[in-house]
Write a protein that binds this ligand. Structure first.
Ligand code: DGL
Length: 283
């Protein structure tokens, strides 16, 4: 057994869509979540910048003694997963291969759409992973960068979300896709809006469940599952705007976020603030 926590990272609240599945599949595990809210969005930045940001955040989690890392961000997975696996002694999981696998399982007509940030779409990683699983699949990719800000505002079900989704996704039906990958972890927050726009004939797939299953399988094989009785703990760190993260995050998780601290970035290293703006001093 390994009772160390699991580190989960995203540029903001998007990774909570993965954390929610992780908690449901692994309720006894302790999780440390890091949201780099000071530097969001990642998806409009270059590969080198996203890689640097990602390593700084993962270094912070590794410092806290995690047993595994989940990069709950497609843009970071596309930019840094392979190098992260070499950089750290703990296992590192990304979301793109699990997302591709889920889509290939679901699609019946072999036509899959992928919506994601510009960074992820331009990386070609989804296309590559899907074609490795089935080389006959036709893929259409579309970047929808504004969805990230809409999710961060907690406006997933709003008129603004609907109009934006219509603008981005109007043409995607022309490709006769039957499956649409939500290739950015923020997008499940707009799930109902996206469903309304693409219609019933298109199944939405997010990498969250498949990623969590993959991690659970790994922990089981290694005999690293935390089998101590009782529910695991949740600790959150964000690099800016604790209040917004807390309020949008709680609504999405349908859970009170008790332990949340702000961390600051200095010369490539994240450190907890001395005063540690936290809502619960016992965290
Ligand atoms: N949630 C992230 C992703 O899956 C990134 C969003 C962003 O920061 O642009 O790509």
């Amino acid at each position: 057994m390994n009772t160390k926590p699991i580190g989960v990272f995203d540029s903001g609240i998007g990774g909570l869509t993965v954390l929610k599945e992780l908690i449901s599949l692994l309720p006894n595990e302790d999780f440390i979540y890091f949201g780099d809210t000071a530097r969001i969005p990642y998806g409009t930045r270059s590969k080198e910048t996203v890689k640097r940001y990602t390593f700084e955040c993962l270094d912070f989690l590794v410092e806290r003694g995690v047993k595994a890392l989940v990069i709950a961000c497609n843009s970071a997975t596309a930019s840094a997963l392979e190098e992260a696996k070499e950089r750290y002694d703990v296992p590192v999981f990304g979301v793109i291969e699990p997302g591709a696998r889920a889509a290939v399982k679901v699609s019946k007509n072999g036509k899959i759409g992928v919506i994601a940030t510009r960074r992820t779409i331009n990386s070609g990683e989804y296309q590559k992973k899907i074609l490795m699983l089935d080389s006959n699949i036709e893929i259409v990719g579309k970047a929808c960068p504004l969805f990230v800000q809409i999710a961060e505002e907690g406006w997933g079900d709003s008129d603004v979300a609907y109009l934006t989704a219509k603008k981005y996704l109007m043409d995607i039906k022309d490709y006769e896709i039957d499956t649409l990958v939500l290739g950015c972890t923020h997008y499940p927050i707009l799930r109902y809006t996206i469903e309304k726009v693409v219609g019933d004939g298109v199944r939405l797939v997010s990498p969250a469940f498949e990623t969590s299953k993959q991690l659970k399988g790994y922990l089981k094989d290694e005999e690293w599952l935390n089998e101590q009785k009782g529910l695991g703990s949740l600790n959150f760190f964000v690099s800016d705007d604790v209040e917004n993260f807390k309020s949008v995050g709680q609504t999405f998780l349908q859970k009170t976020i008790e332990c949340i601290k702000e961390v600051h970035h200095n010369k490539g290293i994240f450190q907890e603030l001395d005063s540690g703006r936290t809502t619960d001093e016992t965290c």
